[in-house]
Every structure is written in structure tokens, then in C-alpha cells.
Design a protein around this ligand. Structure first.
Ligand code: CTP
Ligand code: MG
Length: 168
């Protein structure tokens, strides 16, 4: 694999963890409907427990499949497991931080926040995964450039498949 393909391979669990909650979408919101001191919802109805754990599970499953396909990339199964867990958890936490910020600036649930929606989950996933397996600065830059396009493409697809009510 060349350096750029390796970067996409590395980040794959984060992409799946970020995209799959739309399929799992649950009922119980992670903030339990509670409001923050500003009177707005802490996170909003778009962040559910089922979506969170479904995303975590999917991301780890992708990591396990990746290990079967390319064990040399990880060195050991435990690294593959830890890496996919860190990438998935990071992606989901980044998404929650994004929703928290959006609610604070008064954006309604589902409203697109350009930048935050595409980079928040990515940066958070990279930070959590970095201590487990590093990538080069060039690979990080490449992911920063391509992820917004992949995010956009995945959301249009989810909209066309009627998984999402809006194409963003
Ligand atoms: N979702 C979920 N649980 C999560 C994340 C997402 O159930 N932890 C589901 C919700 O049904 C959500 C959909 O996936 O509406 C799309 O996710 P996203 O675009 O991140 O949420 P938004 O609805 O846009 O909400 P927000 O404005 O808070 O980002
Ligand atoms: Mg959204």
C-alpha cells in the first residue's frame, strides 16, 4: 500500500463509527433531554445512546475485519483492537463535542456546521489513536483534505438511501 492508501486504511474505523449511528439511531438521547445553563439542550435529540454504542461496535468490528485482511499493518491483534477502539471512541466523542458547541451557538439539531461536522470527529479520532499507532504529518494533512469530501459523499448517499432526512 502506498502512504495515502495507508492513511485511509488507518482511519477507516473512525469513518464507520461516525457514519453508522444514523442506522442505529435510538430513542434515548445521551443528554436525557436535559438543558444546559443557557436554556438550550446539552447535546440534542440527534445524539442517542444506541447511536453511540452502535457506532463504537461498528468501528471495532471494522478494525477486526481489517486485521484479518492485513495483520502486518497492526503487528498484533491487540493493537488492531486498541486502535479501532480509540479511533471509534475518538470519532464519537468528537461528534458529541461538535453537537455541544452547535447547541451553545444556537444551531438547531441537524443544522450543518461546516468545518465542525467534517473535521471535529477526525481530529478527535486522530488524537486518541496517535499513542497507539502513529501516522506521518503528510498522512494527517492528506486526511484533513480528503475527509470533508468523503463525509459529504457519505451523507448524500445516506440521504439517497433515505437513512437521513437531509443530505448533510
Ligand atoms: N445519531 C445517533 N446517535 C449519535 C450520533 C448520531 O442516534 N451518537 C443519529 C441521529 O439520528 C442523528 C443522525 O444519526 O440525527 C445523524 O447524525 P448527525 O448528523 O451527527 O446528527 P444531527 O442530527 O445532525 O445532530 P447535531 O446537529 O447535533 O449534529
Ligand atoms: Mg448532522
Amino acid at each position: 500500500m502506498n502512504e495515502l492508501a495507508e492513511a485511509l486504511w488507518y482511519i477507516l474505523p473512525a469513518y464507520f463509527a461516525n457514519a453508522s449511528p444514523v442506522i442505529f439511531k435510538g430513542k434515548t438521547p445521551m443528554d436525557f433531554g436535559k438543558k444546559f445553563i443557557d436554556g438550550r439542550r446539552i447535546l440534542g435529540d440527534g445524539k442517542t445512546w444506541r447511536g453511540f454504542f452502535g457506532g463504537l461496535f461498528t468501528g471495532i468490528l471494522i478494525g477486526i475485519i481489517q486485521y484479518q485482511i492485513k495483520p502486518d499493518f497492526y503487528g498484533s491483534f491487540s493493537v488492531a483492537l486498541k486502535l479501532s477502539f480509540a479511533l471509534s471512541l475518538g470519532a464519537l466523542l468528537g461528534d458529541l463535542i461538535g453537537s455541544f458547541v452547535k447547541r451553545r451557538i444556537g444551531m438547531e439539531r441537524g443544522y450543518p456546521a461546516v468545518g465542525l461536522d467534517q473535521w471535529g470527529f477526525l481530529i478527535s479520532a486522530l488524537i486518541l489513536a496517535y499513542p497507539i499507532k502513529t501516522i506521518t504529518t503528510g498522512q494527517v494533512l492528506f486526511l484533513l483534505v480528503v475527509t470533508p469530501f468523503i463525509h459529504w459523499g457519505a451523507n448524500v448517499l445516506a440521504y439517497k438511501l433515505k437513512w437521513k432526512s437531509v443530505p448533510w
